[in-house]
Write a protein that binds this ligand. Structure first.
Ligand code: SF4
Length: 321
């Protein structure tokens, strides 16, 4: 029998919580981003690809319901036996999904409505911390009466100066406020972090984990900085002005990060991936399973686990995921 991992990953947690395997179906609802259209800023975050970290499906012409049905068909293929029950996380991934007027949000939710409590076991909405109106939270809270709703908020790093330099145009306090409002609405929050942002360093990664632990988000997504072709960072990288982490460095930094999270926060993601044709650096040639195993080995060698260095005062009162 293999040793249990010294950290909490998503797939087993989903199986335990929903009583069946649950898989993500990524959806593009045609949202935009206030950091690209001039409302907050222009040009976007310096690491963000012009596609806005999205699937591009809507621009490819696939209507939301069509995308959902295709995604559901895709996850059907993952059944181990024909009778196995599986569930889906409807994942509104592209751009800033709550940066829409309320009529559009209602439209999107009405497309998903007939599938809630059916194949859709959970709704996950990716957004910025400064784009969560009270009306939006109220609409999501209505959905949460039927299936769990996760609001995935980009913190990226817990340093306002670095956030300014990468043109995030929100602050750490905006993130903390958004998490508090998500919790007050009875929803779950997932915090997103990027390790290795310029100027943040290893100490920054540790501090980001501490802020995420203190915030009480139920889930955490982490990945290393990836330099993609159509980004502002690509220029700095080509000019030799930007360093990226080696896989070995990332695993050490990630171990520091995981040690500082709460033991019960669920790790939704431990590394990033990007289509090879879009990625400039780093090119590790290592898949996500290998990163997970390396992290486990690193923590075992240190004789630590997730939460070993988490302050006891942050280890209670996690949101309800
Ligand atoms: S990372 Fe998110 S907030 Fe930043 S420009 Fe891209 S879509 Fe907008």
């Amino acid at each position: 029998m293999t040793d249990p991992l010294p950290f909490r990953t998503l797939a087993p947690w989903l199986r335990e919580s929903f009583g069946m395997p649950v898989y993500r179906v990524a959806l593009d609802a045609g949202s935009t981003c206030p950091n690209r259209d001039g409302t907050k800023g222009l040009g976007g975050c310096t690491y963000c690809d012009v596609e806005g970290s999205g699937t591009g499906a809507l621009r490819g012409g696939a209507e939301l319901e069509e995308q959902l049905l295709l995604g559901l068909k895709r996850i059907e293929r993952r059944k181990r036996t024909p009778d196995e029950s599986i569930g889906a996380i409807a994942y509104l991934q592209s751009y800033t999904n709550t940066y829409v007027d309320i009529a559009r949000l209602d439209e999107v939710l009405s497309v998903l409505d007939p599938y809630l409590e059916g194949p859709i076991s959970c709704l996950s909405v990716s957004t910025r911390p400064d784009c969560l109106s009270a009306e939006t939270l109220q609409r999501l809270a209505q959905v949460a009466r039927r299936v769990p709703v996760w609001v995935e908020l980009g913190l990226e790093c817990a340093n306002d100066e670095v956030l300014q330099q990468i043109n995030r145009l929100h602050t750490v306090a905006d993130f903390e406020d958004a998490v508090a409002r998500v919790h007050a609405a009875g929803l779950s929050a997932v915090g997103h972090a990027i390790l290795g942002l310029p100027g943040d360093g290893r100490e920054g990664a540790r501090h980001t984990a501490e802020v995420l632990a203190r915030s009480g988000v139920a889930g955490v997504k982490a990945h290393h900085l990836m330099v993609l072709k159509r980004t502002q960072m690509a220029h700095a990288w080509r000019a030799g002005e930007l360093d990226v982490l080696t896989c070995e460095e990332y695993v050490e930094w990630l171990a520091d990060f995981v040690e500082r999270l709460r033991p019960d926060q669920v790790l939704h993601r431990l590394t990033g991936d990007s289509p090879a044709e879009n990625l400039l650096a780093p090119r590790w040639g290592v898949n996500k399973n290998r990163v997970r195993e390396s992290l486990a080995d690193c923590l075992r060698q240190r004789d630590t686990t997730q939460g070993t260095l988490c302050s006891p005062s942050w280890s209670s009162g996690l949101d309800n995921a």
